[in-house]
Design a protein. Structure first.
Length: 405
């Protein structure tokens, strides 16, 4: 029953996370687009704001923006914050549910570092908190007045974090934690800087005081950081479905390439919407990053590594503690599953083991007992379309083994 509940929990959390993320990213993109189209209007003094006219859904919208604040506030004031909060909360629980609840499968890789679940949790969650603290201190320092310097330092910091995670966690978990680090910074920007600053502006207005422009300026800067983080974070989050991105020894370089390409694509559209022309060189550089990433993914496959003269990668199973798996179970898994789930897949069209899962040794089979139960016994999702013609009797053997505790 537990594997079934875990699978459903994963599905529901991921569903909620994606919906919340769509709302947050959509709002971020919309307001950046809106800012770029604000034009002067007679109702607002020059340099104090402007307006934009839009058409959508059969109607016309007149949107006004005040750079500091209007002379009065309406009764109904919409706060855009829960999209961010809901995205981070669902993402956090999804991280716990998948990577910490099943740390021996998805988080801890003995071939990388043989951690205890507690130590892995401290490193993972502690890294998210430390990353935010360092980023916030950077933005509040004198360097914070230079967006270019802050951007360069943040870039180096994220790549360094990816490199560090890569030498502590499984490849898949390292990528996800790098994305979670950036997402934590984004949501903390909203919760700890942007929204509090907006509250201070509102409080000043209600007290009949002139709001300090600093609060709006700072909130806008952090919002811009979030906007440029968005595409790289989405890439890192969906990468867990594509081992070619994270299984290479140069995964941290993949992160760097995603940061450069994602940031430049957002810069292209921000500049275009602001009427400052089309910076087509951004796409050219992004394509170069993509080509480099594809080339690096070659180092993930045994054939590619051999062609480049690189040593073979050590599988997780080779570093695991020897365990006993019944011979009949081994024969079924080796004969029906390991042609794909091995360091060098033999099935046509598959270059790396799906989702990085290895089932080519007794140790690997034992580590993935629950996954075998869900995918090959309870749902018959594996093998896909039963291409290896696994028999009902074989599934019964797997069920008896996987459910015996």
């Amino acid at each position: 029953m537990e594997p079934i509940l875990h699978e459903w929990g994963s599905l529901l959390l991921r569903w909620a996370h994606i919906i919340a993320g769509m709302a947050w990213i959509g709002a971020s993109f919309y307001f950046m687009h809106l800012d770029a189209h604000i034009r002067a209007c007679p109702d607002i003094p020059a340099g104090k704001g402007g307006e934009a006219w839009e058409v959508h859904g059969g109607g016309f919208y007149q949107v006004k923006k005040y750079l500091v604040a209007p002379s009065f506030l309406p009764e109904d004031l919409i706060w855009h914050k829960w999209q961010s909060y809901a995205t981070w909360i669902t993402g956090f629980f999804l991280l716990i549910w998948i990577y910490y609840y099943q740390s021996s499968i998805y988080l801890i890789d003995p071939a990388v570092m043989n951690l205890s679940p507690t130590v892995a949790l401290v490193i993972g969650l502690g890294g998210l908190a430390l990353g935010w603290v360092l980023y916030d201190l950077l933005c509040r320092s004198k360097l914070g007045d230079s967006p270019a310097k802050v951007g360069a330092i943040v870039f180096v910091g994220v790549v360094a974090a990816a490199y560090g995670y890569q030498h502590v966690f499984s490849p898949r978990a390292a990528f996800i934690h790098t994305g979670a680090l950036m997402a934590t910074i984004m949501s903390a920007n909203v919760f700890l800087v942007i929204v509090p600053n907006q509250h201070k502006v509102v409080a000043a207005l209600k007290a009949g005081q002139e709001p300090d422009p600093y609060y709006g300026k700072t909130a806008k800067l952090r919002s811009s950081h979030n906007n440029y983080f968005t595409l790289p974070v989405v890439f890192l989050m969906i990468s867990n479905h594509y081992p070619l991105t994270y299984s290479t020894p140069y995964a941290y370089v993949m992160v760097a390439l995603a940061l450069v390409a994602g940031t430049l694509i957002r810069y292209f559209y921000n500049e275009r919407h602001a009427g400052r022309g089309d910076k087509w060189w951004c796409w050219a550089v992004s394509v170069v990053c993509l080509i480099i990433g594809i080339a690096l993914s070659v180092t993930t496959t045994p054939a590619g590594r051999a062609a480049l003269g690189l040593p073979a990668l050590v599988s997780t199973a080779e570093a695991a503690t020897p365990v006993e798996v019944p011979e009949d179970v081994q024969n079924i898994v080796m004969g029906r599953c390991s042609m794909c789930h091995t360091a060098e897949p033999m099935y046509e069209g598959i270059a790396v083991p799906p989702k990085g899962i290895l089932l080519d040794t007794p140790e690997a089979i034992a580590r993935n007992r629950d996954l075998i139960l869900v995918q090959a016994v309870l749902t018959h999702a594996m093998p896909p379309n039963n291409v290896t013609e696994i028999e009902p009797a074989d599934r019964a053997v797997l069920k008896a083994w996987a459910t015996a505790r």
